[in-house]
Design a protein around this ligand. Structure first.
Ligand SMILES: [Zn+2]
Length: 412
């Protein structure tokens, strides 16, 4: 394989290791030390990797250690959800150096307005973090799955449900900002973000559950994300948890989202007049997220009624996750997403206990259930990480061929 084809893999080994020597890179990659030396030389010349002191000797000379030069490049991640838009600026390691949030989402405005807003916010983030535009690799956009967007828009904007079509979003953001733009399913982005930030080794499988207005599932296997046939992967929310349950708008019955999405959690809380009164829930569709947050905060503060509603949702999530872990023999499940802002620990505790009791492989190994540190930023950070992955590959190709500088220098 050519040097440039392996450089992305070597860069990824350096990312997941944190600090590593050339000898260790050769051991882990299966490449010769001579190949590693050539690749590392190019990565250092590109400013992507830096030498950082010397390790301990294993007989000969003490090896020079390498690490990512994290401030060498940056990427913007945008999570375009139904009700809000989250912006992050990350360095090469996926660390967030600036972030911002807009209270408008797909539901609230048109695509052209979203592009204008993004242009302004990206400029503000670059200024706030004192990051030069030239170091930006591009913009990654996380959006709900294609199928979900289309279904949602068909019901709410039947006259123009192609408004948030993926190809149109990607094209408009690329034209509006003059930058490289990648777009990907939010659950998939959540998984990539967790993989990147947690420095998970490429060899280890990682499953990420994203709790937002819907419930998504992302799977990283062998260092790459599982995308499915049509990027409609990860619809954990439409896994059936009660075969005789109510009809779901997806056409099935008893789907997880009917029990565990923020909307359904609010509905369940509203059936309890005393709880709804105590938490001053409005029950108004436009205040769904505010109502949900009241329940989540109350549950985190040990309000018994609110806690019972959240635990019920977490129990239904566990029912779905027992099936998923039985199929995939998962070792680690990471929970993330804005719906877990206040109740991550409570949901994780419930899921952990139920998997320990019912997962098929429970006597062979425990299943590590944890809440992501990235929380609300997971999908946006994942979108930025996706760009880093793709662009660093492109940088290598461009070295041998055409220039990549044009789309990096354009105005944001
Ligand atoms: Zn469904």
């Amino acid at each position: 394989m050519a040097v440039r084809d392996n450089s992305g893999a070597v860069l990824d080994l350096i990312r997941s290791a944190g600090i590593i020597s050339r000898v260790e890179l050769a051991q882990h990659s299966g490449l010769t030390e001579a190949s590693i030396s050539r690749i590392v030389k190019l990565l250092i010349a590109d400013g992507l990797v830096a030498e950082t002191g010397r390790g301990t000797s294993t007989g000969g000379k003490r090896p020079t250690l390498l690490e990512l030069n994290r401030s060498a490049r940056h990427a913007v991640g945008i999570y375009l959800s139904n009700y809000r838009t989250r912006f992050v600026l990350t360095d090469l390691s996926g660390r967030v150096v600036a972030h911002s949030e807009s209270p408008t989402g797909i539901v609230d405005h048109r695509r052209s307005e979203a592009v204008r807003e993004a242009t302004t916010i990206i400029s503000a983030l670059l200024t706030a973090a004192q990051v030069s535009r030239e170091s930006l690799l591009g913009i990654g956009i996380a959006v709900p799955g294609r199928q979900e967007v289309n279904r949602y828009l068909q019901s709410t904007q039947p006259e123009d449900w192609t408004e948030w079509d993926w190809a149109s979003i990607q094209q408009d953001f690329a034209e509006g900002t003059g930058m490289w733009v990648s777009i990907e399913n939010d659950s998939t982005c959540g998984a990539i973000g967790e993989f990147w930030i947690s420095r998970a080794p490429a060899a280890r499988d990682l499953a990420v559950v994203t709790m937002a207005s819907g419930i998504g599932f992302g799977l990283i296997t062998d260092g790459d994300v599982y995308r499915g046939a049509t990027s409609n992967v990860g619809e954990l929310g439409h896994v059936v948890v009660d075969a005789n349950g109510p009809e779901c708008e997806c056409g099935s019955r008893g789907c997880l989202e009917l029990y565990a999405s923020p909307g359904r959690i609010v509905q369940r809380a509203l059936t309890d007049d005393i709880l709804a009164g105590r938490l001053a829930l409005s029950g108004d569709a436009a205040s769904l997220w505010a109502d949900y947050e009241r329940i989540a905060i109350a549950a985190a503060n040990d309000d018994e009624g609110a806690r019972a509603v959240i635990v019920h949702a977490a129990h239904m999530l566990s029912v779905a996750l027992v099936s998923i872990t039985n199929i995939l023999d998962l070792e680690r499940v990471v929970l993330t997403g804005p719906a877990l802002d206040h109740v991550g620990a409570l949901v994780a505790e419930t899921v952990r206990a139920e998997l320990a009791e019912r997962a098929f492989a429970r006597n062979v190994h425990t299943i590590d259930v944890r809440v992501s540190d990235s929380g609300r930023d997971a999908a946006a950070v994942g979108a930025a990480s996706l760009v880093i992955h793709q662009r660093l590959g492109a940088t290598r190709r461009d070295r041998a061929g055409s220039s990549s500088s044009t789309d990096l220098s354009a105005a944001v």
